[in-house]
Design a protein around this ligand. Structure first.
Ligand code: ATP
Ligand code: MG
Length: 565
């Protein structure tokens, strides 16, 4: 698959994408009487990821655009992998993204009785039969796209016999795998999905909603289209792999003579340096490669939320990438770009020093703490100002000092003068080192006339650096996250390896930083920019005893650079 170089664009108004075009055409012809009714149909067998977010934005966004409705439907046809924990998390994630399904929350399991009745109807019409083959026999007799399959010996049993056996299946008279109900279509069809697909299998399993009422469960392919039909969905939007299933869905609806929705397929979202399959994400969680579903390195919606991503940035990302008809991979740098753009508007600026070294101002009084004004967000004057304490000893970043500076180094070095953000001009006089030659203190003098960081006489300084008072600052744990994988496409593993062999060993670094005291009682829901470093948010582990921050994203935007190359 090719990496798609989608230029970051403003959401398009003209030039609508093909799904909206189909809807507009249907509205013109009156195919659905101008109704637009979509659904988001997750299987409650895992947490939602950013691919689902794309689908959620598309389904809810499309309905909103055309004055329609969207249902939330849990496709809960497989009791062994499903759980109410997942149902709850899915609800939370959709709400957090900013969408509402009002009271239209449905479950495939709500329709089990109807689906059963329809199955009986198909048997009566001679369109379905109970089959005695095991799963192995069935796959051995399926053939392949160029070789027709062999018909099951059960295929021609009488309607009466199939009806009795199907009832017996429901009553629990058979063991798992002993019998199935199959559609009677065409064992020679070039479409493998039409070769007498299984409609029902026996599972003596407890279902999270229907309990032990059923021991036969409909296959997804038998249930999905009929669920859409029952809910009078107009446009059933799904990912490309279901294109080959469409003839089967249409067949069921036609044979049953029920309302027919229109299925439309689009390419699923793939992101570079990310895996997206729920099975793989579950493996990362179960085998402790990450710390749970909401680990901030996970592409899950709850992981991205904990990482500090905003719903607005995800919605904007979904809009910018648009919908494609062919599989492609979106550069994760574009997602990060969308996050930065949004955080730039809303983040509260603060100062934090991640790799501190002490700076002592020799001409400043020992016990004085002075409060200086700082701007909370230069992008948004309404966010106001705050005061930050300044003192004789402060911390600056180790990186902001060089004893032997290179030519283009504009920050602090012996004899050089810089601006301390919102504070003063300071000039370095000398440094103190320990026995290993490590700098332990940088000594400076300040110019009292430069208070507030303003030049007293028009003289210029080359650099402005951030700082935190050594006596008034707070310690904080900062979690620096990086991409979870080192390979662009971790799914494409070399022979003998799998995606886990490409995990990034440096995807999490823990450091102790010093942050300005404002953060001790600050709003934990707010997004922050640590000036000159990146965007950060409070982690759920943070408390007044121990501040904990997650790095959401660095300031450096590799996307813009790439897009303008
Ligand atoms: P996975 O492949 O990750 O296990 P899934 O398709 O089995 O996902 P579902 O719960 O069935 O997960 O998905 C619910 C809806 O989300 C479906 O309509 C599906 O097409 C859509 N969806 C899932 N993954 C993506 C993706 N990567 N991009 C866009 N839509 C997706
Ligand atoms: Mg699925």
């Amino acid at each position: 698959m090719e990496i798609k170089s989608t230029e970051p664009k403003e959401p398009r108004e003209k030039g609508i994408h093909f799904i909206h075009q189909i809807i507009e055409d249907d509205n013109k012809t009156g195919k659905f009487e101008q109704r637009v009714h979509t659904r988001f149909p997750p299987e409650p067998n895992g947490y939602l990821h950013i691919g689902h977010a794309k689908s959620i934005c598309l389904n809810f966004g499309t309905a909103a655009k055309y004055g329609g409705l969207t249902n939330l439907r849990f496709d809960d046809t497989n009791p062994t992998t499903e759980d109410t924990e997942y149902v709850d998390s899915i609800r939370d994630d959709i709400r957090w993204l900013g969408f509402s399904w009002d009271d239209r929350e449905y479950y495939a399991s709500d329709y089990f009785e109807q689906l059963y009745a329809w199955a009986v109807e198909l048997i009566r019409k001679g369109k379905a039969y109970v089959c005695d083959m095991s799963a192995e026999e069935m796959s051995a007799n399926r053939g392949n796209p160029s070789v027709p399959g062999k018909e099951s010996p059960s295929r021609n049993r009488s309607v009466k016999e199939s009806l009795d056996l199907f009832e017996g299946m429901r009553k629990g008279e058979f063991k798992e795998g002993e019998k199935t109900l199959r559609a009677k279509i065409d064992m020679a069809s070039p479409n493998m999905h039409m070769r007498d697909p299984v409609m029902y299998r026996i599972m003596h399993a407890h279902h999270h909603r229907t309990g032990d009422k059923w021991c036969i469960y409909p296959m997804y392919d038998y249930a999905h289209g009929q669920c859409d039909s029952i809910e009078k969905i107009t446009h059933s939007i799904c990912t490309l792999e279901f294109e080959v299933h469409r003839p089967l869905y249409d067949w069921f609806v036609k044979e049953l003579g029920i309302y027919a929705p229109q299925q439309i397929e689009f390419a699923r979202l793939n992101l570079s340096y990310t895996v997206m399959s729920k099975r793989k994400l579950l493996q990362l969680v179960k085998e402790n490669y990450v710390n749970g579903w909401d680990d901030p390195r996970m592409p899950t919606i709850c992981g991205l939320r904990r990482r500090g991503y905003t719903p607005e940035s995800l919605r904007n990302f979904a809009e910018i990438i648009g919908v494609a008809k062919r599989d492609n991979v979106i550069d994760v740098a574009l997602l990060e770009h969308c996050v930065r753009e949004d955080l730039n508007k809303r983040a509260f600026r603060v100062m934090a020093v991640l790799n501190p070294v002490k700076l002592v101002i020799d001409n400043y009084p020992e016990d004085t703490v002075e409060m200086l004004d700082a701007i909370n967000n230069p992008e948004d004057p309404e966010m106001g100002t705050r005061q930050i304490p300044f003192s004789k000893e402060i911390y600056i970043e180790k990186d902001d000092f060089m004893e032997n500076p290179s030519k283009k180094y504009y920050r602090l070095s012996p004899g050089a003068e810089v601006r301390l953000r919102y504070a003063y001009f300071v000039k370095c006089t000398h440094v103190v080192k320990d026995s290993d030659g490590e700098i332990t203190e940088i000594h400076c003098t300040l110019d009292p006339a430069s208070r507030g960081g303003n030049s007293p006489d028009g003289r210029k300084v080359q650099g402005t650096i951030h700082w935190v008072s050594a006596t008034k600052g707070e310690q904080a744990e900062v979690r620096l996250y990086d991409r979870l994988f080192v390979k662009e496409n971790p799914d494409d593993a070399e022979e003998g390896k799998d995606f886990k062999d490409y995990l990034n060993a440096d995807s999490l670094k823990l450091i102790t930083a010093v942050v300005e005291p404002y953060l001790k009682d600050a709003d934990t829901n707010m997004k922050y920019q640590f000036e000159r470093i990146g965007y950060f948010c409070f982690d759920k582990d943070s408390s007044t005893e121990k501040l904990v921050f997650n790095r959401t994203v660095t300031l450096k935007d590799s996307w813009t650079k790439q897009a303008t190359k």
